[in-house]
Each structure stands twice: as structure tokens, then as C-alpha cells.
Design a protein around this ligand. Structure first.
Ligand code: ZN
Length: 193
């Protein structure tokens, strides 16, 4: 199970400072009253950015492992939330998704690049739509990062939205929230375009 590690470190700073060492999990999400044997359980590694580790806890009674994901990193997708937002911004600033795909993924064929882009658009839009429903501050937004950027007056909003969304992260689709895509699709009954 993924949990939020609240931090405003960039991914580079997170790796440089080995900030996973300072992650804290005060109580077990399964046993908030205490009484279980929740304990640190080492770390696991992510490939991007290179050297990234995630602090882990384990509750033996609940047979559950908890990973504390810092606000800068995408959930269930490689890399950072910032990188995902750059993709969305590039699509917005391009005349077509095909042009954006050429720019963003020169390394793969167009069809794969388009799928890669649309996957990210779909997941982020779904998360933003839920936030609009749940958080009065965003009531007037459309489910696009541009609209959230405008409302918050920020160039990049996804890492910050982890904070705004903190009470809803378990039901919000990754990469913003921690809900696995499969479960989310099942719930919503939709497929990515
Ligand atoms: Zn527990």
C-alpha cells in the first residue's frame, strides 16, 4: 500500500539527500489505535531518477507493506509528477498530439508515443475530475492541468495537488493518487482511449 511522504523536495534533492531515511510513519493505517507490530522494513528502489529509494514499513498482523512515496514522485508510473506535467503542458502547447508525441518520444514509434501520452492525459484528467468533485476550492475548474495551474497561480501543480488531495489519495487514480489503475477502471467502468 502506498502512503504519502509529505515533502517539497524535488526528486533530485530527494535522491541527493537520501530523504527516504527521514520518512516517518507515526501509526499503522490498519491499526490507528496502535497495538500492532508496525516496523520499518527497509527500502525498495525505483529506476528513475537513478538512485531513488522508497522507505517501507510492514504490519505483520495486517500482512501489509507500506511505501512512503514523496510528493515529487509519480505513483505507479516511472519518474516524477513534474515530468508527467511537462508531457501534459507539451500537448497543450502543440498543435496536435502527434506533434507533441514527436517532440516527447523520439525514441519510439508514433503509435506507441501517442498511447504513452494519452495514458497520462487520461489518468491525470480522471484524478482532477475527482478533485473538482471533492474539493470546493476547485469547484469551478475543468479537469485540465492548465486550469489548476491558473487557479493556483503555479507553473506546475501536480506535486502540490498531492497535498490538496491528501484525504483522497487512496481513491484517486495514480500517478497523482495511489489507487491502482485496474481498480480505478473497474470502479469507473471505463478504458483509456
Ligand atoms: Zn498494523
Amino acid at each position: 500500500m502506498q502512503l504519502r511522504y509529505e515533502t517539497n523536495l524535488s526528486a533530485e534533492e530527494y535522491v541527493r539527500q537520501k530523504a527516504w531515511k527521514f520518512a516517518e510513519l507515526g501509526s499503522c493505517p490498519l491499526h490507528p489505535g496502535g497495538g500492532c507490530s508496525l516496523a520499518r522494513h527497509g527500502t525498495y528502489s525505483r529506476k528513475f531518477p537513478e538512485g531513488t529509494k522508497i522507505a517501507r514499513w510492514y504490519c505483520r498482523e495486517g500482512r501489509t507493506t507500506f511505501g512512503l512515496l514523496p510528493d515529487c514522485l509519480a505513483a505507479r508510473l516511472p519518474g516524477t509528477l513534474l515530468e508527467i506535467e511537462v508531457v501534459l503542458n507539451t500537448v497543450r502547447d502543440s498543435t496536435s498530439q502527434e506533434k507533441a508525441a514527436d517532440k516527447l518520444r523520439e525514441d519510439i514509434e508514433l503509435i506507441g508515443a501517442l498511447r504513452w501520452i494519452r495514458h497520462r492525459i487520461f489518468l491525470v484528467r480522471a484524478a482532477l475530475a475527482i478533485l473538482i468533485e471533492r474539493l470546493p476550492a476547485f469547484q469551478k475548474c475543468t479537469p485540465t492541468v492548465s486550469c489548476f495551474q491558473e487557479i493556483l497561480g503555479l507553473q506546475f501543480v501536480l506535486p502540490v495537488l498531492r497535498g490538496y488531495a491528501h484525504e483522497h489519495l487512496q481513491m484517486l487514480p495514480a500517478p497523482l493518487g495511489f489507487c491502482p489503475k485496474k481498480r480505478f477502471q473497474h470502479k469507473m467502468g471505463t478504458d483509456p482511449p
